[in-house]
Design a protein around this ligand. Structure first.
Ligand code: GLA
Length: 410
């Protein structure tokens, strides 16, 4: 049994976390789901491209796949609409409405369908006068839009930050929408881009952002390319001193969508994205076409062990502990005296290379003290056995690949 003071400290820590996080009880682990943007962008031409325009049909088909093909059961529960779902103008009462041709049943009918599949529906709006793609924004309508979304049965709002005027308007808008969502009485996860739009001009106040948002984007949009994944990882490592400590149950840094299953990443790069998004305690929103996805990509995205690391209940974000030429070593503290450890090989020439490191590097020397068991999670699961504190590990990693390990102190 833990000594009394330990449980006292734990209770105090939980109370502090409860005070600083957005108090809507949601996103206790990073939210998981599917979001249309990276793969489907602003496709509005349903006449010529019926299967890839942003439409009711697209979301119905994704909902069917999510329920029937193991996605929902693996944890991907939010099916999210991004920009370009709206009609170009509000209705006679000032309410947002879906484009009537692309969403003939409106959002309410889609939400009912999505709920009938055991999934949740996400929607998109913008803090400014227009969305990034030029559709009506929520500026001047925060309360009305929150009520409209709640009345449709929406479960998540991605709130973008284009066209927002001054910095004060941006901050005020993000705060007001958070309060307006809370006022509806419906549980709605609130996904922000507040720090991303603020950062070029001002250092974000993450303590405040976490009081209002369940997760927040810090950096540029993800693209379907290794360069994009690399730049997100490098940005995250460079800013880890300010962003890692704030993440936890109720509020997460969002490095943007998983693009696994599309066109731009090799197998090893896909493994890297999955492993590193787990290390970063990132929300896992896939943006791909679940109607056309390879069995390998599906298997990787549905890998139970890596999802369990991403969803670890301790809720601590991982960080880079070492960069040695082309190798990077990252760790993430997990519940139950365990650590997730990622060895990433950034070299883009040649074949597999070995990286050798002392187990004393991990967990400030505690992860493997006096001994530990090591299990490889990615690229394939395999037990490596038991090691003592003074052991070295030699890990072979493919170019642009990652080996993800789980280290359990014994
Ligand atoms: C911004 C966001 C993206 C996406 C687009 C939509 O670029 O960062 O994630 O929502 O707007 O226009």
């Amino acid at each position: 049994m833990a000594p009394r003071w330990v449980s006292g400290v734990m209770v105090a820590a939980v109370m502090v976390a409860a005070v600083i996080a957005l108090d809507n009880g949601l996103a206790r682990t990073p939210p998981m789901g599917w979001l249309h943007w990276e793969r489907f962008l602003c496709g509005t031409d349903c006449a010529d491209h019926p299967s890839r325009c942003v439409s009711e049909q697209l979301f119905v088909e994704m909902a069917d796949r999510m329920a029937a093909e193991g996605w929902r059961d693996a944890g991907y529960e939010f099916l999210c609409i991004d920009d370009c779902w709206m009609a170009p103008t509000r209705d006679g009462q000032g309410r947002l409405r879906a484009d009537p041709e692309r969403f003939p049943g409106g959002i309410r009918r889609l939400a009912d369908y999505v709920h009938s599949k055991g999934l949740k529906l996400g929607i998109y709006s913008d803090v400014g006068s227009k969305t990034c793609a030029g559709f009506p924004g929520s500026y001047g309508h925060y309360e009305l839009d929150a009520q409209t979304f709640a009345s449709w049965g929406v479960d998540l709002l991605k709130f973008d930050g284009c066209n927002s005027g001054s910095l004060e308007q941006l901050a005020e808008g993000y705060r007001r929408m958070s309060l307006a969502l809370n006022k509806t009485g419906r549980s709605i996860v609130y996904a922000c881009e507040w720090p991303f739009y603020l950062r070029p001009v001002q250092q974000p106040n993450y303590t405040e952002i976490k009081q209002y948002c369940n997760h927040w984007r810090n950096f540029y949009d993800v693209y379907d390319s290794w360069n994009s994944i690399k730049s997100i990882l490098e940005w995250t490592a460079l800013h880890q001193d300010s962003i890692v400590k704030i993440a936890g149950p109720g509020g997460w840094n969002d490095p943007d969508m998983l693009v696994i299953g599309n066109f731009g990443l090799s197998w090893d790069q896909s493994v890297t994205q999955m492993a590193m998004w787990a290390i970063m305690a990132a929300p896992l929103f896939m943006s791909n076409d679940l109607r056309h996805i390879s069995p390998e990509a599906k298997c990787l995205l549905q890998n139970k062990e890596v999802i369990a690391i991403n969803q670890d209940p301790l809720g601590r974000q991982g960080y880079r502990i070492l960069k040695d030429k082309t190798f990077e070593l990252w760790e993430r503290p997990l519940s139950g005296r365990a650590y997730a450890v990622a060895v990433l090989n950034q070299q883009e020439i040649g074949g597999p290379q070995n990286f050798t490191f002392s187990l004393t590097f991990l967990g400030n020397g505690l992860a493997c003290n006096p001994a530990c068991s090591v299990r490889q999670v990615l690229p394939a699961s395999r037990d490596w056995g038991v090691y003592s504190w003074t052991s070295f590990l030699s890990v072979e990693v493919n170019p642009t690949g990652t080996v993800l390990l789980k280290v359990l102190a014994l």
